[in-house]
Each structure stands twice: as C-alpha cells, then as structure tokens.
Design a protein around this ligand. Structure first.
Ligand code: 2U9
Length: 390
C-alpha cells in the first residue's frame, strides 16, 4: 500500500513504494500518479513505463476514488479528473500498456481498465454534484448575519409637524377631531364672520396678504371653524391646525408664514371652566405634568370674554430666568368664549349653545419645548439642526 514520505522536502507528498523505495517504473508506477503534478521524479517514472499489473490498477483506482471524494472544490476535482482520466492521465497510459501485457493477462487488465474508467468517472460525477449543492448551501451560509448593517440616516418629522401631531393627539383624547381648510380664504370667513369690523387694523394691507381677486392668505385658521359651523349643527368639537400668513418682517420671533392650531368646542353649557381645564390638560401633556397655566383678561373680536394664557416657565419652574425674562411665565396665546355675534352669523342660536375657542402658535410651542431661540431655524431646513430631532 502507498505511504507518503514527509522527511525529504524535495519529494514531499511523493508516492513511495513498498519498502520505502520511491514508487516508480519497477512495479510501483501507480503511486507516482498520486503525486503526478507535484513530483518531477514521479512524472517521469511512467514515461516509458512497464504495463501496470492488476494490483497496481486496483490500487490506483482506490487512490483516484479517494482523491475524487476528497476534492474540496470544483477546480480540485477537475484536476483529479484530468490526472486520472484526461488525455495525458493514467487511464490512457493503462490502455497503452495493454499491448505489452501477455495474452493470458490482457482480458483481466482490459476489464480492470474499464472498471477504472467507469468507477473513477462516476466518483468524479458524484462529487461534482455534491460540490454543486454544497456550493449553493455555502453561498447561502456565506451571508454573515452578525456583520453590522450599513448605516443609513433616518428621517424624522419636522419639529413643527411633531408639535402639530402631538397637539392633535392630545385633543383627540378629549374627543376633538381634526378639521382642515384652504390657505386662500375669503374676507368673509377670515374677518366678517369672526366679528372683525371693516376698519379693524388686522385687515390692513400692512398686516394681511390680499390677493387681486379680493381673497386673502388666511391670517389665522379660524375660517376653518366658520366653514365647519356653517356646514354642521352643534355639538362641534374640532381642532384646526395649519399654515397662516401675516405681513410681518421676519425676525428671531416672527415669520410671515407660521402655523397655528385653533380649537372650537360648541355645545349646550360649555363654560369657561371647560376652557381652562382643557387648556391645562393640553399644557401638562405637551410641556410636562408640573406646568402651571395662568389666564389673563384680554380682548379679541371673536370671543367674549377673552383671555391670554401663559405656561409656567419649564426651564426655571416658575422661579424666573433669562428665557421667561424673570417673570416665571411664558406667554402662549389667547382664547375665550365664542362671541354670540359669531354664533348668529353662522346660524347658531346663542341662547341655546355656548362654546369656547382657543388659538396657539405652533412655532412658539416648538421653540419653548425644544429650546429653539430663533424661529428662522425652523424654516432653514439645515439638516444639522433638523437631525437633532431624529
Ligand atoms: C371662531 C371663534 C373664535 C380663536 C382664537 C385666539 C384667541 C388667539 C392666537 C394664536 C396664535 C393668534 O397667531 S396667534 O398669535 N389666537 O389668541 N384664537 S381665540 O377664536 C375663535 C376661532 C374661531 C369661530
């Protein structure tokens, strides 16, 4: 049986014949082929070799079969095939040797040569199939699930959208639905129906963007409530968030277009107590449970009585700081009981229903909540700013 000699590096892995002699032309040629491509001596040993006998063919076949089985990939397997079955491989040499075999041995050697060819070819085919399916399996398992994925920046809502969504969610919890309306409005919906007299300064060209059509860019979202009331009977419980426009010079605190959310609750016996408790509920959910709310008398044409409301400063907790200008309070917006004149205009009976309305500036809440000192940062779309909210 073949053994492999390791000591001599020049013929490392070379086939060694029985008794430690190099396998060669004198009866051990098969072993030369086990290392045919690596050992010059082995390659030359069969060039003019004697014909292989039955034992040598059987041993060479076993060697070929085990090499085919052991091939680790398609390229190695192909080398095995070439080595044993190829044009210059062992099989043609066995066949060539037949002519030198004695007549009594020739049938046996011929039969063994055929078996050699068929069995080695089958072994190569079988291994090729195995490698094919293993290759597919290994390419599936080549996917390393533990490698961290590629980082992709995640988008996020704009802080203005976050405040709008949160406000709507909070009021939804109080039974409000969200109403919408157009940015281009009629003077009737924006002013007249809101009890705003023709000479009111807010109608002035310097305050309102008037269009040539006589329409205007809405200065508040109140026209939405007018539309809803004119189209529906009470009770009404809606919030109207949206973009508004005023001819303000842009500064750190003012912008010519900005966002509001307004609320309207109309039903029998809606009171100022409902207004105060609902605004306080909103403040606590939006700014934190410790926030306090204060209401101060004010005037609006569309509400009577009217108030302005402030939240206690969330930075100093009401003690007084730079943000609240040492007052402990931050002015938020206005509210009030819907003026009976407004109810009459939309066709509601002010003897039967009452209602409260409030407004809130979205940017103002966002600036307070997120500590933004300049309103323009909310419109610049600078990713370095916006990514802080991701
Ligand atoms: C109807 C009746 C009454 C809505 C109200 C305010 C007070 C208010 C401010 C919000 C931010 C103006 O731009 S802002 O500074 N709004 O102070 N809004 S009462 O009153 C209404 C609305 C609709 C039919």
């Amino acid at each position: 049986m073949t053994v492999l000699r390791k000591e001599n590096p020049n013929i490392a892995d070379a086939a060694i014949g029985p008794k430690g002699r190099p396998a060669g032309r004198n009866g051990h040629g098969y072993a030369c082929f086990a290392a045919l491509s690596r050992v010059p001596y082995a390659r030359s040993c069969l060039k003019n070799g004697d014909p292989m006998n039955a034992d040598e063919i059987a041993a060479a076949k076993n060697e070929a079969l085990s090499e085919a089985k052991a091939a680790g990939n398609a390229a190695d397997l192909e080398q095995v095939r070439i080595k044993y079955l190829g044009r210059n491989g062992l099989l043609p040499k066995i066949m060539q040797g037949l002519k030198d075999v004695g007549p009594e041995e020739r049938p046996l050697i011929g039969k063994l040569a055929n078996e050699f060819k068929q069995e080695v070819q089958s072994a190569v085919d079988a291994r090729r199939q195995e490698l094919g399916s293993a290759g597919a399996a290994s390419s599936a398992s080549a996917f390393d699930f533990t490698i961290p994925g590629r980082w992709r920046p995640t988008g996020s809502l704009h802080p203005i959208s976050m405040v709008i969504e949160e406000s709507c969610r909070i009021f939804a919890g109080l039974g409000f639905t969200v109403a919408d309306g157009p940015d281009i409005e009629t003077a009737y919906n924006n002013f007249d129906a809101l009890n705003t007299p023709p000479d009111h300064p807010s109608r002035d060209n310097q305050d309102t963007f008037w269009l040539e059509s006589g329409e205007l860019l809405r200065t508040q979202t109140s026209p939405v409530q007018i539309r809803v009331m004119e189209a529906n009977k009470p009770p009404i419980r809606i919030v109207a968030p949206g973009r508004c426009y005023r001819r303000d010079t842009t500064s750190a605190t003012h912008s010519a277009n900005f966002h509001q959310i307004e609320g309207l609750y109309v039903d029998k016996q809606v009171s100022m107590a409902d207004l105060k408790s609902d605004i306080t509920y909103f403040a606590r959910l939006m700014m934190g449970s410790e926030v306090k709310v204060r209401f101060r008398p004010h005037f609006f044409p569309f509400t009577e009585p009217s108030v302005e409301y402030d939240f206690s400063c969330h930075i100093c907790k009401g003690k007084g700081c730079r943000i609240c200008k040492q007052s402990g309070w931050i002015e938020i917006s206005g509210a009030g009981m819907v003026d009976p004149r407004v109810f009459k205009i939309v066709g509601y009976d002010p003897e039967k229903v009452t209602g409260y309305a409030f407004g809130a500036g979205i940017e103002r809440i966002a600036m307070i909540k997120y500590g933004v000192s300049d309103i323009r940062q909310l419109y610049d779309n600078d990713v370095r700013f916006l990514s802080q909210f991701a």
